[in-house]
Design a protein around this ligand. Structure first.
Ligand code: C5P
Length: 216
């Protein structure tokens, strides 16, 4: 069974403010290089989608295409660029990917068609009061999971989900959400705190602190 890792890396990184986020370096290696290195040993091919004016840095074992205007458009382009039966979709912005999570996702995609890494929510959740940063309504956290990537799918299923979303004009912040919209079950596979997404300068500090331990 052919498995591909698809890495959307075409975002502009506005919230981090350091240029395209995938190219930001943590302890000498870019977020993109770290994500590719984590996934490559477990798949048959790695495909990366980059901003229009960027090339794949040397030494990154992947094939590159241009991304789209949104993450969803970028993933749709990646899906069209592989013939793999199973795809692992992973945000370049999550550079620390434990092998055990990759294995569990591959297995679940094979047997169930769709699976995502996710973690049960540990914090108290509150809906802010309208128009203000004030406590509004408590949201019970029981049964709530925070969704991460990688997400793994039979390619035929995730392609069908993307095409349905394009037809209806719907969007989602991740790919598993599009599959769920088709009415297809999505397995929740326990992820890992180290799979956090580097979005803000504070996240970058966390990544810098974790990198020496991860690389050791
Ligand atoms: O902006 P955000 O952190 O949610 O982006 C998640 C991932 O999607 C990042 O790896 C980013 O590079 C990618 N992305 C993309 N194409 C876009 C927007 C985001 O590949 N147009």
């Amino acid at each position: 069974m052919k498995v591909a890792a698809l890495i959307p890396a075409a975002g502009s990184g506005t919230r981090l403010g350091l240029g395209p986020k995938a190219f930001v370096e943590v302890a000498g290696r870019s977020l993109l290089a770290r994500s590719v290195a984590a996934l490559a040993p477990h798949v048959n091919e790695v495909l990366v989608a980059l901003p229009e004016d960027h090339a794949l840095p040397p030494g990154v074992p992947a094939r590159a295409i241009s991304g789209g205007a949104t993450r969803q458009a970028t993933v749709h382009a990646l899906l069209g660029a592989t013939d793999a039966e199973v795809v692992l979709i992973h945000d370049a912005a999550r550079p620390f990917v434990p092998a055990a999570v990759i294995h569990a996702l591959r297995g679940a995609a094979d047997t169930q068609g769709a699976a995502t890494a996710a973690l049960p929510v540990a914090d108290t959740l509150v809906q802010a009061g309208e128009g203000a940063q004030h406590w509004g309504q408590l949201v019970p956290r029981e049964g709530l999971w925070a969704v991460q990537t990688p997400q793994a799918f039979r390619r035929e299923l995730i392609l069908r989900a993307h095409e349905a979303a394009r037809r209806s004009g719907e969007s989602a912040t991740d790919d598993a959400g599009l599959v769920a919209r088709l009415g297809h079950p999505v397995a929740l596979i326990p992820g890992d705190a180290r799979l956090f997404k580097v979005t803000t300068p504070g996240d970058l500090q966390l990544a810098l602190a974790l990198a020496p331990v991860w690389d050791a």
